[in-house]
Design a protein around this ligand. Sequence first.
Ligand code: ARG
Length: 576
Amino acid sequence: MRDLVNSISPFLRDIMSELGVEANDWSGSLAGSTDSAYADVTLPCHSLSRILRKSPMAIADEIALLLGNSLNGICSVSAVNGFLNFSADADWLSSLVEARALDERMGIGIETPKIIIIDYSSPNVAKHMHVGHLRSTVIGDALVRMLTYKGHQVIGENHIGDWGTPFGMLIEHLLDVGDGTPSSEIDLGTFYRDARAKFESDSEFADRSRIRVVKMQASEPDTITHWQMLVDRSLVHFNEVYQMMKILLSNDNLAGESKYESSLPEVVERLDALGMLKQSEGAQVVFPEGWTNREGEPLPLIIRKADDGYNYATTDLACIIDRVEVIGSTEFLYVVGAEQAQHFAMVFQVARDAGFMGKEINAIHVPFGMVLGTDGKKLASRTGGAVHLKDLLIEAVERADSMISEKNPNLSGEERKEVARMLGIGAIKYADLSTDRTNNYTFDWEKMLSFDGNTAPYLQYAHARICSIFAKSAIVRSSVQGTSISLIHERELNLARNLIGFPEALDNAISSHSPHKLATQLHSIAQAFASFYEVCPVLKAEGEATKNSRLALCDLTARTLECGLDLLGIESPNRM
Ligand code: ARG
């Protein structure tokens, strides 16, 4: 409860300075408590013992005494076992909730804008997007939305794999199978695999492929035309997935490997001029300090391979130069799986050593774990291959559709289709976003589509339920937004406490790049709403004032859920 901490702090500051305790010695310990039943905010006095040479109990008692009645109207204070416990007053809570209800942004502040680049999704050309790209896409998109809402200029960059030696075999394969047009006949499901198999078994094909790489690097027009066909065909597929999921990526966000191809020689020159390039087994490499392999030998970052080809790392260095020197961004987030942690750590270190990015630049790898099947192994299709993302999305919407048909037969036609899409896609996204991204999570249809538990349908249902309260009564939502809110019932107070925590949860989610912290708060809000609604009648409340107060609380709850879900990239239907 950051708001309460802020209200209490000035009073504590005065008392502490009287006692001769510096702000540094206490302000960090004043924090929200996990159980509002005994306190909203606590100050453990144990660390002050050393300074004041008294027991924590005596200190807590003394401070409580000194505070006296000064916090009246804000909170009550009690000293228990060396802790100072502060519990917000109902009046203080209601005026805060009233202010939130009047605020379009529900208390969410705007920060000094930075240009932030989020590198996410980043699938590879000539391949289907698979479930591994799901996490990057969903987490990256939530970060884009959250940071944009806080006022930043966010640039989403899709660093697609659209260049490099594999394109030699891919183009040759395209020439072999197709009529040379970018037709939809290219089956991305098997294209890459077929080309690879031929490359490995057919030496004539392998030779042609190598020659093709040379032609591609020389920008030979016919080769580039065919390369472009592969890229275009893949983009149709990527964009289809993005549109199904309402991901904020389009062709405008493309910043694939090919974009940096012409700057790669410059990377080599600059590293060479700094004396950082070393020869190692025919390749040109950099040895960043502190990295060793299992044998304890220095670990190289390969810049240019023995065959003269550039490397994934070289492209990422060129990309950093572009982001710093051309775009002028000061913060880059890379939403990429945990298995690339070493790659980014080494690339960042070399970029810093080479002066490509200075201290003012924050380059952060935002890693995530794997998606597991219910068998506990990496999620795979029935035939054992990677699960295609598109198939997964289609299945989610179908499952949501049959669920809705069962629960609410009144929904029909277009509306039902729309709601099924919002629920199905929302369920997939939320299952991902509600777990700590650094953990693996289990992809479980039953669980993610359930109306109980920490799921999208549960949150969406709470929102739709509130919409239906208003629909039933024909009361206009905005008309209740200035009403005075009185919090009398314990469950009203609990709901208010949860609503107040929304902006703080968003800030915590942003500062740790962890959308699940926002999801957790939304889930608590939905739970608090359910338990409030169970015992506090709204339309049938006793007296007009109570009814309006509760309607205002309902409206704020619905807006908070809708806004929070939207920041996670999830839609909230009004009926379901
Ligand atoms: N295309 C890569 C892959 O599928 C991810 C690229 C991530 N971004 C980057 N700047 N390296 O593994």
